[in-house]
Structure formats: structure tokens, C-alpha cells
Design a protein around this ligand. Structure first.
Ligand code: HEC
Length: 136
């Protein structure tokens, strides 16, 4: 459980550091107001700042709602093992499959992509996938 969480936190910190570093090097800084999609758009107050012949305009960006984790009481195993490299949404946007295909998919993550999946968690992961993304 702690393993994948720590990886994600480290990734977020690295991404934030990268963004700050990139903005710091730009000759013309860009002001970006990132707002979650569920916030009311009416709250957006357009603002501009002009100095030395350069005008900065704030912009609003609608971020996708969070689908980074798997939902449900049976999601512990998949959340603990499958979120280090991609989001839950990426997995759940795949077509529905039966047990054999999901089993192969988890094995592919382990064998080909070196996913550090606990062997003991594989049955619970496959069961979650079959139950939430079974054949349609
Ligand atoms: C070590 C990194 C890593 C981990 C951990 C990981 N995956 Fe993946 N996963 C990948 C990569 C890389 C791809 C391929 C992405 C692409 O093709 O663009 C992928 C793709 C997928 C896909 C899309 C179909 C496919 O085969 O490309 C599914 C579904 C998936 N992973 C499920 C899982 C599940 C379930 C787990 C947990 C058992 C998991 N992943 C853990 C790296 C990982």
C-alpha cells in the first residue's frame, strides 16, 4: 500500500518542481490559473497585467476530474499495485474482458513492464477487473 503511494507523491513533487523550473527559465512568463472542473466558471475573474510592453493575461484551465484511483470496497489490491505508472482511468477506459484476458493483462504488466505487483495480490486484482470491467 505504502509503496505505490510514495511513488506517486514523489512523482507529483518532481512534476511541480519541473513546472516551476520551466516557468523560471522562460523569458516571457505565462500566468496560468489552473482550476478544477467542478469549480464554478462564474468565479473566474479575468485579469491582465501590462509592464514594459508585455501584457500578461490570466487564463482558466479546466482540469479533468480525478479518476486516478480505483473505487470500491474491493479496490485495495489494485490501488496498491497498479497506480505507480498510470491512472485508474487509463485501465478502466479499456474494453471489458473476461477473467482469462485480465489475468494475461496483469501478467503482461508484471513480465513486460516490470510492475512490482505482489504475487499474493494478483487474484484480488483480477477479480476486481472482472467484476468492474467484465465482458459487455
Ligand atoms: C511498472 C509500470 C506499470 C505498472 C505498475 C502497471 N502498469 Fe499497466 N501499463 C504499463 C505500460 C508501460 C503500459 C502500456 C502503455 C502504452 O502502451 O501506452 C500499460 C498499459 C496498461 C493497460 C492498457 C492495455 C495494454 O496492455 O497496454 C492496462 C489495462 C493496464 N496497464 C493495467 C494494469 C494493471 C491492472 C496493473 C496492476 C496489476 C498495471 N497495469 C500496473 C505499465 C505499468
Amino acid at each position: 500500500m505504502g509503496f505505490s503511494r510514495r511513488l506517486i507523491t514523489a512523482g507529483a513533487v518532481a512534476a511541480a518542481g519541473l513546472a516551476i523550473g520551466t516557468f523560471g527559465r522562460d523569458t516571457v512568463p505565462v500566468v496560468v490559473q489552473a482550476r478544477a472542473a467542478q469549480e464554478s466558471p462564474a468565479a473566474a475573474a479575468p485579469s491582465t497585467v501590462t509592464a514594459a510592453g508585455i501584457t500578461l493575461r490570466s487564463v482558466s484551465v479546466d482540469l479533468p476530474t480525478s479518476d486516478r484511483m480505483f473505487a470500491g470496497a474491493d479496490a485495495d489490491a489494485i490501488n496498491n499495485n497498479c497506480l505507480a505508472c498510470h491512472s485508474a482511468g487509463m485501465v478502466l477506459n479499456q474494453p471489458g474482458f473476461g477473467q482469462a484476458v485480465w489475468q494475461q493483462e496483469v501478467e503482461k504488466m508484471r513480465a513486460q513492464f516490470k510492475a512490482p505487483v505482489d504475487e499474493a495480490d494478483v487474484p484480488a486484482i483480477v477479480a476486481y477487473l472482472v467484476s468492474h470491467k467484465g465482458p459487455r
